[in-house]
Design a protein around this ligand. Structure first.
Ligand code: MGD
Ligand code: MGD
Ligand code: SF4
Ligand code: MO
Length: 713
């Protein structure tokens, strides 16, 4: 029995840990371990990534295309037959209602697949439909809104490796391994090393997180009050004159107006609203702006999913601007782009581009596009609201719409209303159950890949890239697809010509051929990248921030009219705004977001070794809150809010502040599914897709949601 070992990198999350795979003589994946020789992650790999053999070989894995029957059951269908039928249905819908009736949704496992990630939008474009929705537009688009309203600095923020301070608002990168400004290649080690060289860490989170344990300063506010907290810190910086005056004089406008607009954010106001002590607020402002000089403040989902997410992110970026936490002329740009195009980056402001003001506007709510993506916050309405352009067919590429999109009941009603729902999905998820056709794909170690190129500079803080060869054989007797093939072959059947990253696809492509297109701007050919199993660094690609162009006058705008209006509206709210239910009564708790260490959103729920660790998702409360409710950990509680109710198993968690309940999303099945409680609950039964929608990005509210909790009978 000759097993062999092959180097690869994990593509379950953006960290892309280097791994060593063990495959048996039948080319089946039998083991995965972190690669000690890996220059990026230095041997680290997490539990969920190491469950790849159990994921590939999950007894729940779908191995053949399936077609739903009128009674809801599924039957096997030949791949090309299924594609014929789907193409015929799409053609009929387009002929009747136009291309806008066809939409796509790309989820977290659709985007992390470099040959396939751009095929769905490319196909929709070729078809003439703008309806490209993504999980990104229910994630952290507030960051794009902030720079869209303030302006961009092409060389970027001071990178982690050069920072003397790291302030994170509502993010827990040591658990999520997500790029909130931290180095995500083995973040625990990177953070420890950075602290050893003197970097200070400030964490602002209602939970004393894994990351908070490494903080020099930890603020534990009420959730949903980041405007007060960040506004309060910003006000202290400006009142004390701690801003970078030279940088502001040269590059920013409306600094004084911003200070005046924040007059209400006094330490006393912040205390009343967020329950942060004035000394702590001042300590944070001083540590960030006076004692440290070179690091940025960044954020995670906690700041981007609250009731004023765009405003919070705006104020966060304002702190970076007034403190000048950007790379200056002559400083080295960490990763100028290997797969992505390199471009000259001048140390100057590109004035607020407000992309969403130009071009396509949605029929629902008049929202523009961000990065070519439509706002998932309006997806259910796009399906349910009658009128021209109503979505009738939806392609789900690697997403779990029915569990991840807020307001589960309305989302499910919308999915049920579709004439055609197609999922490229390896498991019988809630969304798959509602799909008319399911195309199970090859999983990560069965396919060739490159790093998730659109985010390569978040992944690698140096010019670096690598190739993953298809290592594992697909399960015996299976009929799986390459994700991209579904879109390409429907286009082919309909006579639509796809342009893939600007390259027309004249003949049937291969995964390898698509990766060659993706890699065509790289200084090394795909063949050369392939010949380096540990990846390739490009020290010669060094780039430096260029001097400003002569005569350039662009400035950051810190207080545009819409932001001023949002600040006034916030100030006019009652201080306990997040506790008030729709009927005017007071809620007992605020529901907040959290992530499960051993799952990636819903991915993992069909993997027995992961499920054994997480048979369900509990509702976590501070032990004193449990005692006050008369509930013992392990008992069931009923959680009821403006938008729905659920029953969950209570757990004690003394890292939470009191008055807060935290539940991981993406568990549970369809609403009212009997099996749901034992398999966990869907926190999106308590959220809404329309109430409290943000302007510009239609971002729903997923954190700081008022709820009442009581012991379930
Ligand atoms: N209440 C609440 N809701 C939230 C959030 C929250 O914090 N709270 N977070 C939001 C955020 S940040 C995000 S990004 C979204 C996530 O939203 P989605 O991306 O829609 O959800 P995932 O669960 O990540 O979906 C991934 C799907 O891909 C499937 N999959 C696994 N492997 C493969 C593969 O190899 N190929 C393909 N094609 N599919 C595969 C998985 O089975 C799963 O169904 O959820 C959002 N929803
Ligand atoms: N293990 C694992 N890793 C993941 C994922 C996963 O599901 N599991 N999901 C991936 C995805 S799609 C994403 S987008 C990233 C997200 O990565 P992060 O943004 O780091 O997400 P979380 O770890 O949930 O951290 C959010 C934090 O916000 C806090 N919080 C909640 N409400 C508030 C609030 O109102 N204000 C403040 N200041 N804080 C608040 C929570 O207590 C929590 O600690 O993680 C990715 N990585
Ligand atoms: S952190 Fe875990 S899931 Fe993410 S790439 Fe590394 S091993 Fe994979
Ligand atoms: Mo996300």
């Amino acid at each position: 029995m000759a097993n062999r070992e092959v180097r690869s990198f994990c593509r379950l999350c953006m960290s892309h840990c280097g791994v060593v795979l063990t495959v048996n003589e039948a080319d089946r994946l039998v083991a995965v371990r972190g690669d000690r020789d890996d220059t990026q992650n230095l041997g680290y790999a997490c539990f969920k990534g190491l469950q790849a053999p159990q994921t590939h070989d999950s007894p729940h894995r779908l191995l053949h295309p399936l077609k739903r029957q009128p009674d809801g059951s599924f039957v096997r269908i030949d791949l090309e037959q299924a594609l014929d039928e789907v193409a015929e249905k799409v053609s009929a819908i387009v002929a009747r209602d136009g291309a806008e009736a066809v939409a796509g949704y790309r989820g977290s496992q659709g985007v992390i697949n470099s040959a396939a990630s751009i095929m769905l939008p490319a196909w929709l474009r070729a078809l003439g439909s703008p309806k490209f929705f993504t999980s990104a537009t229910i994630d952290q688009t507030a960051k794009g809104i902030a720079i869209g309203r303030i302006g961009l600095w092409p060389p970027g923020r001071v990178p982690f490796a050069q920072a003397d301070v790291f302030m994170v608002v509502g993010g827990n990168p040591l658990l999520s391994i997500a790029g909130n400004g931290i180095d995500i290649r083995n973040p625990s080690k990177r953070l420890r090393d950075a602290r050893a060289r003197g970097m200070k860490v400030i964490v602002i989170d209602p939970r004393e997180t894994e990351t908070a344990r490494h903080a020099d300063l930890f603020l534990q506010p009420r959730p949903g009050e980041d405007v007060a907290v960040i506004g309060g810190i910003l006000k202290i910086i400006l009142d004390e004159g701690w801003e970078d005056k030279t940088f502001c004089a040269r590059h920013a406008s409306q600094v004084e107006a911003l200070g005046a607009a924040l007059a209400f954010c006094t330490p006393e106001y912040v205390r009343a609203r967020a329950d942060v002590a004035p000394e702590q607020l001042r300590a944070a402002a001083r540590l960030f702006a006076v004692e440290c000089r070179r690091g940025p403040v960044s954020s995670g989902t906690g700041a981007n999913m609250g009731p004023h997410s765009n405003l919070v992110e705006h104020l966060i970026e304002c702190i970076n601007v007034v403190c000048g936490r950007f790379l200056r002329e002559g400083e080295r740009i960490p990763n100028p782009g290997v797969l992505m195009p390199r471009w000259p980056r001048h140390a100057q402001v590109i004035p607020a581009p407000r992309w969403w003001d130009h071009g396509y506007k949605s029929r629902i709510g008049d929202y523009g596009l961000l990065d070519g993506e439509m706002m998932t916050g309006i997806l259910p309405d796009e399906i349910l609201e009658p009128g021209p352009g109503r979505v009738r067919a939806l392609f789900n590429h690697g997403g779990s719409i029915a569990s991840s999109v807020p307001g589960q009941r309305r989302v499910v009603a919308a999915l049920k209303d579709l004439e055609l729902l197609v999922s490229i999905e390896p498991f019988m998820t809630a969304t798959a159950q509602l799909s008319h056709y399911i195309f199970p794909p090859r999983m990560q170690y069965e396919r060739a890949d490159l790093p998730m190129f659109v985010y390569e500079n978040f992944i690698y803080p140096e010019p670096f890239t690598r190739y993953a060869e298809p290592v594992a054989a697909v399960p015996a007797d299976s009929e799986l697809v390459d994700d991209w093939y579904v879109f390409w072959s429907i286009a082919e059947r309909m006579g639509t010509r796809i342009e893939y990253d600007g390259v027309p696809l004249a003949t049937r492509p291969t995964t390898e051929g698509l990766l060659e297109i993706v890699a065509r701007r790289s200084p090394a050919s795909l063949a050369e990248i392939r010949s380096h199993p540990l990846g390739m660094a490009f020290p010669g690609l060094e780039a430096y921030a260029l001097p400003p162009q002569p005569g350039h006058t662009g400035r950051f705008t810190l207080l545009p009219d819409d932001v001023a209006g949002e600040l006034r509206a916030y100030a006019a709210e009652p201080v306990d705004h997040c506790d008030i239910l729709a009927d005017g009564s007071r809620a007992s708790h605020r529901l907040i977001v959290r992530r499960t260490r051993d799952m990636y959103n819903s991915a993992g729920q069909f993997v027995p070794s992961i499920r054994a660790r997480h048979p369900y998702n509990p509702a976590s409360l501070h032990p004193d809150d449990l005692a006050a409710l008369g509930v013992v950990a392990g008992e069931r509680i009923e959680i009821r809010g403006n938008h729905g109710r659920l029953i969950a198993v209570a757990a004690a968690d003394d890292t939470l502040r009191r008055g807060v309940v935290s539940i991981s999303h993406a568990f549970g099945g369809l609403p009212d599914d009997e099996k749901t409680v034992s398999a966990g609950v869907n926190s999106n039964l308590l959220t809404s897709i329309e109430a409290g929608r943000q302007t510009i990005n239609a971002m729903p509210r997923m954190t700081a949601v008022p709820v009442n909790i009581r012991r379930a009978s």
